[in-house]
Every structure is written in C-alpha cells, then in structure tokens.
Design a protein around this ligand. Structure first.
Ligand SMILES: [Zn+2]
Length: 348
C-alpha cells in the first residue's frame, strides 16, 4: 500500500505542473517502472504504442504521450489516437524505434508539421492503413497527393487563421510557423568533421535512404509556407503545442499565444544549430512564447554516424529562467501520462 502511494506521488510529480518546484517531491525513479504496482495503468506504464496494439489509458481523460524519434509523438486521449509527424522506417543507419510503419494499425489523425522526409515519409502508408485524416501545409499535401492514399483523407491548412479542425474530444488550430535555418558556417563545419571521422554508409544504405527521401519534399517553400505548428485543445481545456522544427517564432504564433496565454505541454523540436549557445537561445524563445508547464523536446536523436542534440543544456537554460518549468525527456516509446483535468485553464 505504501508502495502504491509512493508510485502515485512519483507519477503525479511527473504529471502535474502544480508544484512550486519541479524537484521538490520525493520520486524514486524505480517505482514508476515497476509493473507490479497494484492497480497500475498499463496504458501509462508500457513502452508500446497504442497505435501498434498497446493499451489505452484506463481513464479516457488521461493523456498518454510517447516520443518515437525525431518529432514523432503519439498522443492518446479519449480513446483517440493522434500521430504527430510520421517518419518511422528510417533505415539501417538509424537506431531502431522498436516498431515499423507497418506495425501502426490504428490512428484517427496524423498532423504533419512539415514535408521534409524525416517528418512525413510514412504518412501516406500509415494514413492508408488506418484511415486516419492527414493534415499538412499545401506543400506537404501536394506531395501526399502523389502517394497511395485516398485524397478524401487529406486536409490542407495554411496556418494563417480560420482553420479550426474539430475531432472527438479535441480541436486543432494550425498556426503557420517557420522552419529552422541553422547557420551554414556552423553546420558545414560539424558535418565535415562528422564525415571525416564516421564510418561511411554502404552503397545499399545510401540507396535505402534515397528511397525514403522520395516520400518527402525538399521544396524551398517548406521554410516559410510549409511549417505548421499545431495547437491542440482537449475538451477539458488542456492544451498542447506541437512544433516540429526549431525555427524562429512567427507573428502567427505570437498572435495565437497572445490569445490563449499558455499551454500545458509543449512538444518542440530542438534546433539544428549544434552549439548549445544557439540551441538554448532558440529553446528559450519557444518557451517564452508558449509558456508551458511541461516541455518535452524532440528532434534530438540522430543516425548512428550523427550527433544527438543534447537536451540537458536546454533544460538548464530554461530552468535558470523559469525554475517551475518541468522538462521531460524519455526513451523511444516510453509513456508520459497527464491527468488532463488538472490544467492551466481550470486553475484559479
Ligand atoms: Zn525539416
């Protein structure tokens, strides 16, 4: 019984953005992984996506978030499955995610942040298999329409306002963002250094990646017209911001946030600028805009011969500015659950 109480405290210290300090509570990290806890919720304990057959959270008001590499996230709420981005079959030069695109058998909605291969390469096949609605910017859906998916499932949004999408238990506001534009002198220097020291991909691996590349777009419009941030508002007021590229904040985002104030959870890409001074600066810009209770970063993993983008320096920078913010980073597929009835809008 004591064990179970500790577990609940541990869980709530992750879940709730209520306390004055994110580190003030006792939370033994071993307890949250202990599946023998009585009356636990498999939907919040197992590292299996619900879309690949895992359990739904017991309470439909529980939100389960699972990160699956780059800015792929699975959100489960009210028995609905939302996939944010769809790049699962990354090829043999990447660490395995523990499932394949073909394993994704159920989903209601796929929101594509932008159309680069590493965000949309499996959107068509997963959309076709699951029947999910797939949403993206014009440059993204132009590409989708050349692939094997029913055009009736595709929704095109510009993010410039007046496009509220309503679903069972939640609504989605697309907001025009901007793709990351990391300084070329920095990226070229690091890319050259990596090329010099990392084992070269085989011809087969190059061919494999080129095949995947065909399922995304490299249209230059992606930067200014093709990167959509999605503000998801659950029916109890809980808010999630999803932004899948580390670009600068746009006036559209500023206007939306001036209207809604804050979000409960921000799922935001780490910028691709390598240097922590630069990535932290951008993370601070995002956190000052969305003002989340909880920050869950994405796009920080990398192929075997690349560099993961460190999240600790970002966590330190944002906590130096706002000690109350909770920063959470998990391994692939590990669940992070929220009691959504505890949310900013409902607080006095
Ligand atoms: Zn991109």
């Amino acid at each position: 019984m004591i064990y179970r109480k500790c577990f609940l405290i541990a869980l709530s210290s992750i879940i709730v953005g209520c306390s004055a300090s994110a580190v003030g509570r006792f939370a033994d990290p071993r307890l949250a992984q202990n599946n023998s806890v009585p009356e636990g919720d498999p939907g919040c304990e197992r590292a299996t996506l619900v879309s690949t057959g895992g359990a739904f959270p017991r309470n439909p008001r529980t939100l389960a978030i699972r990160w699956t590499g780059y800015t792929n996230y699975e959100l489960v709420y009210n028995n609905q499955i939302i996939l944010l981005d769809a790049h699962f079959d990354r090829g043999s030069t990447f660490p395995p995610l523990g499932f394949t695109a073909a394993d994704v058998k159920r989903a209601n909605l796929i929101l594509i942040g932008h159309g680069h291969l590493d965000h949309m390469s499996d959107a068509a096949s997963v959309g076709a298999r699951t029947g999910a609605i797939v949403v993206g910017a014009p440059v993204t859906t132009d590409k989708l329409k050349t692939q094997a998916i029913d055009a009736k499932q595709i929704r095109t949004v510009t993010g410039k306002g007046g496009e509220l999408l309503e679903f069972t238990g939640f609504k989605v506001e697309p907001i025009l963002g901007r793709h990351g534009e990391p300084p070329k002198d920095v990226t070229a220097a690091f890319d050259n250094a990596l090329k010099a020291v990392a084992p070269k991909p085989t011809a087969a691996q190059v061919a494999e990646r080129n095949e995947i590349r065909q399922r995304g777009t490299n249209d230059p419009r992606v930067v200014t017209e093709g990167t959509i941030a999605y503000l998801i508002t659950l029916d109890d007021g809980f808010r999630i911001m999803f932004r899948d590229s580390g670009g600068t904040v746009t006036d559209y985002e500023k206007a939306a946030m001036a209207r809604v104030g804050r979000v409960d959870v921000a799922l935001v890409a780490v910028s691709a600028s390598f240097l922590h001074t630069l990535t932290a600066q951008r993370a601070l810009e995002h956190m000052r805009t969305y003002k989340p209770d909880v920050y869950i970063p994405g796009h920080h993993d990398a192929p075997f011969n690349g560099l993961w983008r460190a999240t600790e320096p970002l966590f330190q920078a944002i906590k130096d500015e706002n000690p109350n913010i909770i920063a959470v980073s998990r391994a692939y597929r590990e669940p992070i659950c929220f009691d959504t009835e505890n949310n900013i809008q409902r607080r006095p």
